[in-house]
Design a protein around this ligand. Structure first.
Ligand code: GTP
Ligand code: MG
Length: 316
């Protein structure tokens, strides 16, 4: 019999073969959660199985969908261990409560050339600094989905911080993903690299571009959102497991439904809105200035700040 960990779909439940699974699905029992809360008699009837067998299937579904809880004290301790990466801008640090947090996902969305990738480069340098200089003394996993990673630019930013650019670049593990599968697998297989190289920052630049390109049209929206949700879930679990920071970038679309103010909406819908711990909207201003707005945070007030992009990187 399958171990609980191996039970992922209703077919994996004891006593449920393909034909029975079909009957269950037809009756609306298409997930483990739905089976877990079914009554044995109901299930026995629709699946044409014995009540005893139905009880066993329900028990297994319950075990496979266990709800994990922690105490308030455990959550307090978890929060105490959160560390922060200096963004290189005091204004921006202040806006987000001190820096980019570990154990969470920070999203920056905005139009092209607004500075999303530049912030990712700056963080890739700063995370390598020791804690007393605003870093975490760790390495970077950089997932580049747009081919816009620029080692020369990193080198410039690193040199401005007084670091040896070669060792900074050696400590950035780059994956060029050309498909959503490659992007997803890069994260699924990240554990070993994270452990061996003490990765403290994962950058996904951009999180949504490939998803947007591959899943076109309304009919594929459900599948896209499902894949995106699983991908984000994995990123969050890595952030938690290894106490690391996740930085993701996202594009905007023009939203004709909003006819006033700034009609731009980030891609990814509710799935992304809920997954990101901190959401920032970055917008071009005059010259090299950028306005960064804190859009959504469970524990910080909304607000705005101005940053600059100079040859040395991000600054006030
Ligand atoms: P997309 O990936 O196209 O959606 O844009 P993005 O938001 O990632 O933009 P990115 O971070 O690549 O920002 C590009 C902008 O950063 C440029 O238009 C410049 O204004 C600025 N920039 C990039 N490199 C330098 C530099 O070396 N010096 C200065 N002063 N500005 C730079
Ligand atoms: Mg970019």
């Amino acid at each position: 019999m399958a171990k609980n960990d191996d039970i992922k779909e209703i077919e994996d439940l004891p006593g449920i073969g393909e034909a029975t699974a079909e009957k269950l699905r037809a009756a609306g029992y298409d997930t483990l959660e739905k089976v877990a809360v079914a009554s044995p008699h109901e299930l026995a009837e629709v699946a044409e199985m014995s009540v005893d067998a139905a009880k066993k299937a329900i028990e297994a579904a319950k075990n496979a969908t266990k709800v994990e809880f922690i105490t308030g004290m455990e959550e307090y301790e978890r929060r105490q261990s959160v560390a922060k990466i200096d963004t290189n801008s005091k204004n921006l640090n202040q806006l987000i409560g001190g820096g980019i947090e570990t154990r969470g996902i920070t999203e920056v969305y905005g139009r092209f050339a607004s500075g999303k990738s530049q912030i990712g480069f700056q963080l890739s340098v700063n995370v390598q600094l020791p804690p007393e200089r605003g870093g975490l003394g760790g390495g970077v996993l950089f997932i580049d989905t747009e081919g816009t990673f620029r080692p020369e630019r990193i080198s410039e930013i690193a040199t401005a911080k007084g670091l040896d650019y070669k060792s900074v670049l050696e400590n950035i593990y780059l994956i060029r993903a050309g498909t959503t599968e490659e992007q997803i697998l890069a994260v699924e297989h990240a554990d070993k690299l994270i452990e061996e190289k003490n990765i403290k920052l994962i950058v996904v630049d951009s999180l949504t571009a490939l998803f947007r390109a591959e899943f076109v049209g309304r009919s594929s929206l459900g599948e896209r959102q499902q894949k995106l949700a699983a991908h984000l879930h994995k990123l969050q679990s890595l952030a938690d497991k290894y106490n690391l920071a996740v930085y993701i970038t996202n594009q905007v679309m023009d939203n004709p439904a909003v006819s006033f103010a700034d009609p731009t909406t980030p891609i990814g819908g509710n799935i992304l809105a809920h997954a990101a711990t901190v959401r920032l909207y970055i917008k071009k201003s005059r010259e090299n200035k950028r306005v960064v707005r804190l859009v959504d945070s469970p524990f910080l007030p909304e607000g705005e700040c101005v940053i600059k992009i100079t040859s040395e990187g991000i600054s006030d």
